[in-house]
Design a protein. Structure first.
Length: 112
């Protein structure tokens, strides 16, 4: 499974669409391990650009602190699942928590 996590200052970005980088994390759900991590700079923030870009990278899941409803719909149209409300942590730790079924999520911190 390939997971994308928006990152700013080395941790989960508070605003999905304005992150500095995306951690693109390849995982093995059977062993619950991270097999590869790559940090990529996203294209400029414009409506509908990130869903197509991440779909082109074969991302299957996004872990985010917050994301607007329209963005969530666009990701769903691109067959990418979204988990919102994740807490501030490193990308590696968030991916491992998700794989272990221990990812703690609260409120979607995005209000648009």
């Amino acid at each position: 499974m390939r997971i994308a996590i928006p990152i700013t200052d080395g941790k989960l970005s508070a605003h999905f669409g304005h992150c500095e980088q995306f951690a693109i994390i390849d995982t093995n759900p059977d062993t619950k391990k991270v097999t590869h991590t790559e940090m990529l700079e996203p294209p400029p923030h414009e409506p509908a650009v990130l869903p197509k870009w991440l779909a082109g990278l074969h991302v299957e899941l996004i872990i985010a602190g917050g994301m607007g409803r329209r963005a969530q719909q666009l990701f769903a149209q691109n067959n990418i699942n979204v988990v919102v409300g994740a807490t501030d942590n490193t990308a590696q730790e968030l991916a491992l928590q998700y794989l272990a079924g221990q990812l703690q999520c609260g409120e979607n911190i995005c209000d648009h």
